[in-house]
Design a protein around this ligand. Structure first.
Ligand code: FPP
Ligand code: MG
Length: 329
C-alpha cells in the first residue's frame, strides 16, 4: 500500500515551507486563545488539502520552483484553516468528545470557547488572506465556505427527519467535503498561473477525489478496526444515514425500511438497535456497494488527470487517489 510519506516526496520542500509559514503567521493574541490555537494546530491530521495545493502547484508551474513561492503557501493556509475551523465547529454540533484520538476542543475547553476558536481561525484566515493582496486566491477558496455550511445544515435536517435519498446524500458529500477539496486542487494551479481550463480541470479532479474521500470516511465509520481516532459507528449513533446503510435501504420494500428507520432512531441509546443496523449493513452488502461507488469517483479523478503531462507530481496525485481508496485512518 502506498503511504502519504511517499506521496509527499515531490513537494517535501514546499510542505516544509508551508509549515514554517503557518508557524510564523498563524498566531493569536492572549494566553488562552494562543494555547487553544496551538492545541488545534498541533494535530492537523493527514494534511491532504495542503498536499493537494502543493502537488497541483508543482504539476502546473511554468518553471520548476514557482510552487515554492508565497502564493501556494497562502492558498494552502486558506484551505487548511477553513478545514480546521469546520472540524472544531463540527465537534460542537455533534457533541463529539474525541478528535484524532484526543479530546476535542469542546471537550477540553467547553463548547462556547470552541465556537469562538473556530470563528477566530476563520477571521484570522480572512485577515491574512486580504492583507496579502492576493484577492484572486481569497475569492476562489473562500467561495467554498458557504457550501460547507449548506452541507452541514442539510445533513442535520436529514438526520432529524431520519430520511435520506441518494441525491441528498451526494449533495451533502459534495458540499461538506468535495467542494473544499476541489478548491484545494484548483487553487494550487491558480497560484502558479495555470490556464483557466487547467484550473477548472484540477477543480473537477479535486471534487471527484473529495467525493471518494468522504465516502471512504463514511465506510470507515462502520469499521471498528479503523485507526481514525474516532469511536466506531458514530454516524449511526447520531442518526445519520450514510452510503453503506443507504445502499441497503434502497433495496428494501417500504415496510422493512420503516422497521430499519425505527431502529436507527433508537441507536443512540440502544446497543441492540445499533448491532442490528451494523449487521444488516455488513450482511446485505452495504459496505461493498459503497466501496464500488467510491472507486468510480476515484476512476473519474484519475481520468481527469489524463491531459496533464507525465511528471513526478502527476504520479503522486494518482497515488493519492489509490491512498484515499485504501486508507484506514
Ligand atoms: C466533518 O464531517 C465535517 C465537515 C466536513 C464539514 C463541517 C462543516 C461545518 C461545521 C460548517 C461550518 C463551516 C465553516 C466554514 C466553519 P463528518 O462529520 O462526516 O466527519 P467526522 O466523523 O470527522 O466528524
Ligand atoms: Mg462529525
Amino acid at each position: 500500500m502506498t503511504t502519504l510519506d511517499i506521496i509527499r516526496k515531490p513537494v517535501e520542500a514546499e510542505l516544509k515551507a508551508f509549515d514554517e509559514f503557518i508557524e510564523r503567521q498563524f498566531t493569536a493574541e492572549g494566553e488562552l486563545l494562543s494555547s487553544m490555537l496551538q492545541y488545534a494546530l498541533s494535530s492537523r491530521g493527514k494534511g491532504i488539502r495542503p498536499l493537494l495545493v502543493m502537488l497541483s502547484a508543482a504539476m502546473n508551474e511554468p518553471v520548476r520552483g514557482a510552487s515554492l513561492g508565497r502564493r501556494p503557501c497562502l492558498a494552502a493556509m486558506l484551505v487548511e484553516m477553513i478545514h480546521v475551523a469546520s472540524l472544531i465547529h463540527d465537534d460542537v454540533i455533534d457533541e463529539s468528545d474525541t478528535r484524532r484520538g484526543r479530546p476535542s476542543v469542546n471537550a477540553r475547553w467547553q463548547s462556547h470557547k470552541a465556537v469562538i476558536l473556530g470563528d477566530y481561525i476563520l477571521a484570522r484566515n480572512m485577515n491574512l488572506g486580504l492583507q496579502s493582496g492576493q484577492y484572486d486566491l481569497v475569492a476562489h477558496i473562500c467561495g467554498a465556505m458557504s457550501a460547507l455550511c449548506e452541507g452541514e445544515v442539510l445533513q442535520g435536517d436529514c438526520a432529524d427527519k431520519h430520511s435520506m435519498t441518494r441525491k441528498s446524500y451526494l449533495d451533502i458529500v459534495y458540499k461538506k467535503t468535495a467542494s473544499l477539496i476541489g478548491v484545494s486542487a484548483s487553487s494550487g494551479a491558480l497560484a502558479v498561473g495555470a490556464t483557466r481550463d487547467k484550473v477548472a480541470r484540477m477543480r473537477q479532479f479535486g471534487e471527484a477525489l473529495g467525493m471518494a474521500f468522504q465516502i471512504q470516511d463514511d465506510i470507515l465509520d462502520y469499521t471498528s478496526s479503523a485507526k481514525t481516532g474516532k469511536p466506531a459507528y458514530n454516524d449511526l449513533r447520531e442518526g445519520k444515514i450514510t452510503l453503506p446503510l443507504l445502499c441497503v435501504l434502497e433495496r428494501m420494500g417500504e415496510e422493512r425500511q420503516a422497521e430499519v428507520i425505527a431502529r436507527l432512531v433508537r441507536c443512540h441509546e440502544d446497543p441492540a438497535a445499533m448491532e442490528y443496523l451494523r449487521l444488516i449493513v455488513e450482511n446485505e452488502d452495504g459496505i461493498t456497494s459503497a466501496i464500488g461507488i467510491m472507486r468510480s469517483y476515484l476512476s473519474q479523478a484519475i481520468e481527469l488527470l489524463s491531459e496533464f503531462e507525465p511528471s513526478d507530481c502527476k504520479t503522486a496525485l494518482i497515488e493519492l487517489c489509490a491512498y484515499v481508496g485504501e486508507r484506514d485512518q
